[in-house]
Design a protein around this ligand. Structure first.
Ligand SMILES: Cc1cc2nc3c(=O)[nH]c(=O)nc-3n(C[C@H](O)[C@H](O)[C@H](O)COP(=O)(O)OP(=O)(O)OC[C@H]3O[C@@H](n4cnc5c(N)ncnc54)[C@H](O)[C@@H]3O)c2cc1C
Length: 465
């Protein structure tokens, strides 16, 4: 027996995108139910409790300049930020020549110039869209860079940002990504870039507090009355029956009749839901091409941030190490030391094939080569392999291979009857980032509210049974 419910709007997915969409729908006086597969909210933001009593920020954690919608949300729910520790020198490991970094600069500048030609809302309409979408980032880099260490550096920069190798990515996708963030340096930098600040208590608090407000029995969020609804955990949606006027959303143990649906899940996961009638072919094909990145996030905790005494920032990079990017993740008071490391793309695929003991040895080995023998014995060690998370499949976000943006890009945000699309992947600004997730939720809610304005309520045209 399923629980039968009604809501003006049903949101699939209680990540930041879905929760923000529900907030805005309810602010417009409509009811909204958020249906979430996991037994927690937050999706790719996650204060993950570890068995030995510590908590790690396993998912997205940084906020930077121009991420204004995320900043506004943090202010609204009372979560403060603090600067990422970045004093001292960055540690580099790997072959380099005196020109390695110098030769990369003009290449990055050219990418920034090309990205500026992209219409942010419609990359497929760029004048050179077909030409750029017909090649991988690697093909393009190979036509510009002959010096091997510069090539390795550039491949490292993009694999760190997109969690995919340069030969997996359409050049148009990479340019779209750069355009959506503003520039390559916005993507890669700590100071002045996307890694500039962290959230006190973790970014997961944003989702937790939003969900608390949505579930509040008083039905208010401090900004005026809200429509009813709430968040239903442990309810994976497996089917949506829909037409122009409404839908029935079927989740484990639930049947929700609704006037509009907002699907706010990673695009690859949107394909796990059955749609009746079937989605248009362009939308379906987009689902099948938008592949998640591959990342294993590492946390190592130490008694002290010992690298600081050595004049090191705790940031480290290497095209040769298993852990190719590292940051200081210690608390603001430095009361203990913490490093986070990112194992991405081909390195993550290789690491995931090893048994647990060998994985730890490979990861800690990288930290030791970066910071010396003191890194050998972390007091705590954790890996989060997002590819094994059944309701995420990979991270940080999703990417398109050659030929997909120009063929299927227009389907990215186009509603299908009563179904609207949100999620960080659908944002024109800060695509694949938390800020993009917030923006996408706001956009999808505005679409739905506009679509329902002036239409009579009282139940959809699709029957529950
Ligand atoms: C390791 C890592 C590091 C990152 N670093 C950063 C960073 O520093 N800064 C930054 O801005 N971004 C970062 N990101 C990306 C950022 O976390 C995401 O872009 C953002 O959180 C996505 O939010 P979302 O709501 O679009 O999707 P999600 O958070 O993925 O939410 C989707 C929700 O839908 C649920 N779901 C899926 N399928 C179903 C179904 N069938 N039925 C019901 N529910 C379903 C999922 O369980 C999930 O809760 C990082 C991500 C990861 C994983």
């Amino acid at each position: 027996m399923s629980v039968e419910e009604y809501a003006d709007v049903t949101v699939v997915g209680a990540g930041l995108a879905g929760l923000v969409a529900a907030r805005d729908v309810r602010r417009a006086g409509l009811s909204a139910i958020v249906v979430e597969a996991r037994d927690r909210v937050g999706g790719r933001t996650w204060n993950r409790p570890m068995p030995d009593g510590w908590t790690i920020e396993a998912g997205g954690q940084y906020i930077g300049p121009t991420q204004d919608r995320l900043a506004a949300l943090a202010e609204e729910v009372g979560v403060e930020t603090f600067p990422t520790y970045y004093e001292g020198r960055t540690t580099w490991r790997g072959a380099r020549t005196p020109e390695t970094f110098e030769l990369a600069r003009p290449v990055l500048d050219e990418l920034d110039r090309l990205a500026a030609e992209i219409p942010v809302e419609a990359p497929w309409q760029a004048e050179r869209a077909r030409e750029w979408d017909a090649q991988t980032l690697h093909t393009w880099l190979s036509s510009r860079v002959t010096e091997p260490t510069t090539m390795a550096l550039l491949r490292l920069a993009f694999s760190s940002v997109l969690a995919a190798e340069a030969d997996e990515l359409s050049l148009l996708h990479v340019l779209t990504y750069i355009r959506s963030a503003g520039s390559t340096s916005m993507l890669t930098d700590v100071a002045g870039g996307a890694q500039e600040r962290r959230f006190s208590g973790g970014s997961h608090l944003l989702a937790v507090r939003l969900a608390e407000r949505l579930s509040s029995p008083t039905g208010t969020d401090g900004a005026g009355a809200m429509g009813g609804g709430g968040v239903r955990l442990g309810s994976p949606v497996h089917r949506i029956r829909h037409n122009r006027d409404g839908a029935v959303v079927e989740a484990a143990g639930r049947l929700i009749t609704t006037r509009r649906v907002i699907v706010a899940v990673p695009i690859a996961l949107a394909d796990r839901i059955a749609y009746e009638p079937a989605l248009p072919s362009s939308r379906r094909q987009l689902h099948q091409r938008m592949a998640t990145g591959v990342t294993i996030k590492i946390h190592c905790r130490y008694e002290t941030p010992f690298w600081r005494a050595d004049g090191r920032s705790g940031s480290a990079l290497s095209p040769e190490e298993c852990v190719s990017a590292v940051f200081d993740d210690s608390p603001p008071d430095g009361s203990y030391g913490a490093l986070i490391g990112f194992v991405v793309a081909d390195r993550a695929r290789a690491l995931a094939r090893l048994p647990a003991g060998d994985r730890r040895a490979a990861v800690v080995g990288s930290f030791v080569r970066y910071f010396g023998r003191q890194a050998m014995q972390p007091t705590h060690y954790a890996e989060t392999d997002w590819s094994t998370e059944d309701w995420t499949h990979g991270c940080y976000g999703s990417n398109l291979p050659p030929g997909a943006w120009t063929r299927y890009g227009p389907a990215l945000r186009e509603p299908v009857g009563a179904i609207h699309w949100a999620g960080a992947e659908t944002s024109a600004i800060w695509m694949n980032y938390m800020d993009g997730a917030v923006r996408s939720g706001e956009r999808a809610a505005a679409e739905v509210v506009a679509a329902l304005a002036g239409t009579p309520g009282g139940g959809p045209a699709v029957q529950a049974k």
